[in-house]
Design a protein around this ligand. Structure first.
Ligand code: ARG
Length: 462
């Protein structure tokens, strides 16, 4: 078997430190099922094309299936002497059926082999992540439904800006994650391509049929160019870019949860199943889950930068540099699964404090724009109305009022003779919200429409 591990081209064994350094076995073991699937299709093709005799092909196929079962059962031991998962499968095959195992690698290279493994792996993981992402969207939908009647201030520059419905807020995050689903679907088309049969880079001199393996593996298309087939890691870079943008959304959402659950905001409480204590301060209830969700974005962005840098100067075709794709991609796949395993539950665990959010929506002059609009409707140029109301807010803050609604009539009449006191009655948060009627705006009917659009989208995309 060791003639497989080390070619006769060399006079000495590999230096043990080099062997350790080169080995990808530590992380590519998870590809074994995909590797066997690719090999089964390859052998079926060799057999059909008359490149491999039936009986040998059958023995190889049966043994490969056994190896996959051993791997699934956890009884297969990775062997370090064989530098990666591909060599381990072939080595194990040799242990099982002897030198006939050597026929498996006919008309194939590890370059197209590892490429097809990664395509199979990403296709499956992409589909699983899509399902998990839909679960997140369902949780956001439930959260939005639950908070439909709650009024809160919307912010710009983290300063209270204008009152909105809290549901409107969650729906904004839903929109981001819907785009993430769309991007994943778009990416999936470029994963759905078979590189198998490209050989080392140029194709092979055997009468192979790459379209047969493509079909056997359920890919929609074959690469157009064999050099590209073995050199392409765009589909992995795109995945990392996809995950990075997804993590931007997760991180922003998590930041809001951290902020809103603070004593200072007090807008919501996270469930105890999603909160932790402090090792020293007994009173603490910390938003660790949201913090870690926010923090996980760092490693994902890092892996994107890492693999972009690995790929940027590489001539065609395969280089061992490209082995670095795996730890990056696997870590990001695991990270995103981890994120999606807790985020929906965290959202479902939230309880809201509508009195606090309402009070903040009412204070801080969040109706100042609408008062200026009212002056503008009465004929004043908007810019002038803006100045007038700005001056008024300044004066009222100086007198200690935190919102127009706190100002008594006599005070009002002394600072704002030019503005009827009655106008204030039309500037409650409810009225401000109801007045914003555009389909994407915050009026209750508009938000209800957005909610049903999300429901419809979810059933169309499930
Ligand atoms: N372990 C390698 C990788 O992950 C497999 C491909 C090796 N190909 C080669 N020509 N050395 O990229």
């Amino acid at each position: 078997m060791d003639e497989m591990a080390r070619s006769q081209r060399f006079e000495s064994q590999l230096d043990p430190a080099v062997e350790r350094f080169l080995s990808s076995l530590r992380f590519d073991w998870r590809l074994l099922g995909d590797d066997v699937e690719g090999s089964l299709a390859h052998v079926a093709m060799l057999r059909r094309q008359g490149i491999l005799p039936e009986d040998i092909a059958e023995r190889i196929q049966a043994a490969l299936q056994e190896i996959r079962r051993e791997w699934q059962a956890g009884t297969l031991e990775p062997k370090r002497a064989w530098e990666d998962v591909h060599m381990n499968v072939e080595g194990r095959l040799h242990e099982k059926i002897g030198p006939e195992a050597g026929y498996l690698h006919t008309a194939r290279s590890r370059n197209d082999q590892v490429a097809v493994d990664m395509h199979l792996y990403m296709r499956r993981e992409g589909a699983a992540l899509r399902q998990e992402l839909l679960e997140l969207l369902r949780a956001l939908l439930r959260t939005a439904e639950k908070s439909q009647g709650i009024i809160m201030p919307g912010y710009t520059h983290l300063q209270p800006a204008q009152p909105i419905l809290m549901a409107h807020y969650w729906l904004a995050y839903a929109a981001m994650f819907q785009r993430d689903v769309g991007r994943l679907d778009d990416w999936a088309r470029r994963v759905d391509v078979s590189p198998l049969g490209a050989g080392a880079l140029a194709g092979t001199p055997y009468p192979t049929n790459p379209d047969f393996t493509r079909q056997a593996l359920g890919f929609s298309a074959l690469y157009e160019n064999s050099l590209d087939a073995v050199s392409d890691r765009d589909f992995l870079l795109e995945f990392l870019a996809w995950a990075s943008l997804f993590m931007v959304h997760v991180s922003r959402l998590s930041e809001e949860l951290v902020l809103w659950s603070s004593q200072e905001f007090g807008y919501l409480t996270m469930g105890d199943r999603y909160s932790t204590g402090s090792s020293i301060m007994p009173q603490k209830k910390n938003p660790d889950v949201a913090e870690l969700l926010r923090g996980k974005s760092g490693r994902v962005f890092g892996h994107l930068m890492g693999l972009l840098t690995v790929m940027k100067g590489l001539p065609l075709a395969y280089h061992t540099d490209m082995q670095e794709d795996k730890e990056a991609v696997f870590d990001v796949v695991d990270t995103v699964h981890g994120v999606l395993s807790v985020l929906p539950g965290l959202l479902d665990s939230l309880t809201f404090h509508p009195d606090v959010t309402y009070q903040n929506a009412q204070q801080h002059y969040t109706n100042a724009t609408d008062l200026a609009d009212r002056l503008a409707q009465a004929g004043m140029p908007f810019r002038q109305a803006h100045h007038r109301v700005g001056r008024l807010v300044h004066d009222l803050y100086q007198r200690g009022y935190r919102g127009f609604h706190e100002v008594p009539r006599d005070v009002w009449n002394s600072v704002a003779q030019d503005i009827p006191y009655e106008w204030l009655q039309a500037l409650t948060p409810e009225q401000l919200i109801a007045a914003r009627q555009q389909p994407f705006a915050t009026a209750p009917e508009a938000v209800a429409r957005q909610l049903s659009a999300l429901r419809a989208w979810l059933s169309a995309n499930a």
